[in-house]
Design a protein around this ligand. Structure first.
Ligand code: ADP
Length: 489
């Protein structure tokens, strides 16, 4: 009898539980102490507490996750994304404990997870990579000399890095030693390795990634691309599928490169091959050996369920789609909705979520890890939800997203909805010409503070009255809701 343990939390844990429920597979949530009572905790059939709030003592502990899964009698483990999802030792530990790890083989994760060895693999597959230095001589003098040879600007990256961390852009020789040393320190602290590599910094590039999927027989397909060019500090905020930037020829070349790499790596399950595209040329960036945060936009344009496909592939119960069956239709956009202050440099806004409303409508989808009463804490990522829309073409999808964001209501914390709307209505986003510099170019400090109009203040005050039964909000009565920890948008 199959039973699925989830070594994760928040919205991705909810997403996995929903897929398992539809497949009739019982679930076990492996959670930290502070996640008792969260939405995923309430939805899971069983739960095992694996440690305190700090991720290093719970979600990142291989031994505790394995012990928890075994104690509950689980047969499989889904790692979600982040945490241990790209940790080859965890995949191996699952296998050693007799559990099915939902993802590629440990050796595949190891080969592709290190950005340097992944680049070597892809060079063998004849896919272009960004010019740079990825040698074993890691002395500061050698690295600075190579940075100078490559020509500034140069980007230094931690080989084991991810999530935009352990990366610095170096614009001159003078700042090279300090920035390289700080990338080494960050790599060591966050990922346990101080090995770094250098790349030419492409300063007007687009981030375009291909979803790939391999089945247990070694056959691989691609599920087209996502454009994730809108980024802040190298982290994605708005993603879409398909990309507005590719010609059919370039799309075909990049898809062939992505599938070629997946096949060479003996890839099984869902993976993503990331590229930078600049001046009509594409360059391999890295391969992520897991489900991506932005997977829903692919699901929307192709009508597939990637999480169910992952589970069934791991159970050897599924032969993946034929390439010819995968035909995209329409356009999908995802916005990451964060608990943060759009008007104060995106500072995180923590607190209890007093109430939320996700407006229904055709082609609207929400991936939410929270319910009213849950708390956004400083321990974990402050993403409240992913708002996803689908429509028949890109302009309609943008309009639908704007309308949807207008109707979303979050009480208790500030959100980045005003920021998202500013992005979606910017001319460079509308015409699809944005590059990864978009945010730093136009919104480096978030948005300009705005005084609420009288009409907005009256509306907010009315809303305040109508939700005063929720409790904590009523204590804010008499004080401007705009300066309290919540916002109506
Ligand atoms: P991570 O694993 O931390 O997400 P990536 O290597 O995928 O790191 O890069 C994340 C983002 O950083 C890219 O989408 C891009 O915006 C930027 N970036 C990375 N390498 C380069 C480069 N050589 N030139 C320009 N931008 C880059």
């Amino acid at each position: 009898m199959a039973k699925l343990a989830i070594a994760n939390r928040g919205e991705v844990a909810v997403r996995i539980i929903l897929a398992a429920q539809e497949l009739g597979i019982p679930t076990v949530l492996l959670h930290s102490e502070v996640d008792v009572g969260t939405r995923a905790w309430r939805m899971a059939d069983e739960k095992v507490c694996i440690g305190p709030a700090t991720t290093a003592e719970s979600y990142l502990r291989i031994d505790r996750n394995i012990e928890g899964a075994l104690a509950a009698g689980a047969t499989m483990v889904h790692p979600g994304f982040g945490f241990l999802s790209e940790n080859a030792d965890f995949a191996q530990a699952c296998i050693d404990a007799g559990l099915i790890f939902i993802g590629p083989k440990p050796e595949t994760i190891r080969a592709l997870g290190d950005k340097i060895s992944a680049k070597q693999l892809i060079e063998k597959a004849n896919v272009p990579t960004v010019p740079g230095y990825a040698g074993s001589d890691q002395s500061l003098e050698t690295l600075v000399a190579h940075a100078q040879r490559i020509g500034f600007p140069v980007i230094v990256k931690a080989a084991a890095g991810g999530g935009g961390r352990g990366m610095k852009v170096i614009r001159s020789k003078a700042e090279a030693p300090e920035l390289i040393a700080s990338a080494q320190r960050e790599g060591k602290a966050a990922f346990g390795s101080e090995i770094v590599f250098l790349e030419k910094y492409l300063d007007h590039a687009k981030h375009i990634e291909f979803q790939v999927f391999g089945d247990f027989t070694g056959r691989c397909v691609h599920l087209f691309e996502r454009e994730c060019t809108v980024q802040r500090r190298h982290q994605k905020i708005v993603e879409e599928s398909l990309s507005p930037s590719l010609t059919p020829e370039l799309r075909a070349q990049m898809a062939a490169a992505a599938v070629g790499l997946a096949e060479k790596a003996g890839y099984q399950g869902a993976g993503t091959v990331e590229f930078l595209v600049q001046d009509g040329e594409f360059y391999f960036l890295e391969m992520n050996t897991r489900l991506q945060v932005e997977h829903p936009v692919t699901e929307m344009v192709l009508g597939v369920d990637l999480v169910k496909a992952q589970i069934l592939t791991a159970m050897k119960a599924f032969r993946i789609w034929k390439q010819s069956e995968l035909t995209p239709r329409g356009h999908s956009i995802e916005c990451r909705l964060y608990a943060e202050d759009s008007y104060n440099r995106g500072l995180p806004s923590t607190g209890e979520l007093l109430g939320m409303h996700w407006p229904e409508g055709p082609g609207r989808r929400y991936e939410v890890g929270f319910e009213a009463g849950d708390e956004v804490t400083a321990y974990y990522d402050p993403m409240i939800a992913k708002v996803i829309v689908w429509d028949e073409d890109r302009p309609r999808a943008i309009r639908k997203m704007l309308r949807t964001l207008d109707d979303c209501v979050v009480f208790g914390v500030k959100t980045n909805i005003p920021y998202l709307k500013a992005i979606l209505t910017h001319k460079d986003f509308l015409d699809g010409s944005m590059t990864t510099q978009f945010i730093s170019q136009y919104f480096p400090e978030g948005l300009e503070a705005q005084e609420p109009t009288e009409e907005m203040a009256a509306f907010a005050a009315g809303a305040l009255k109508s939700v005063s039964s929720v409790g904590a909000v009523s204590s804010a009565a008499g004080v401007s809701p705009w300066t309290q920890g919540w916002r109506f948008v």
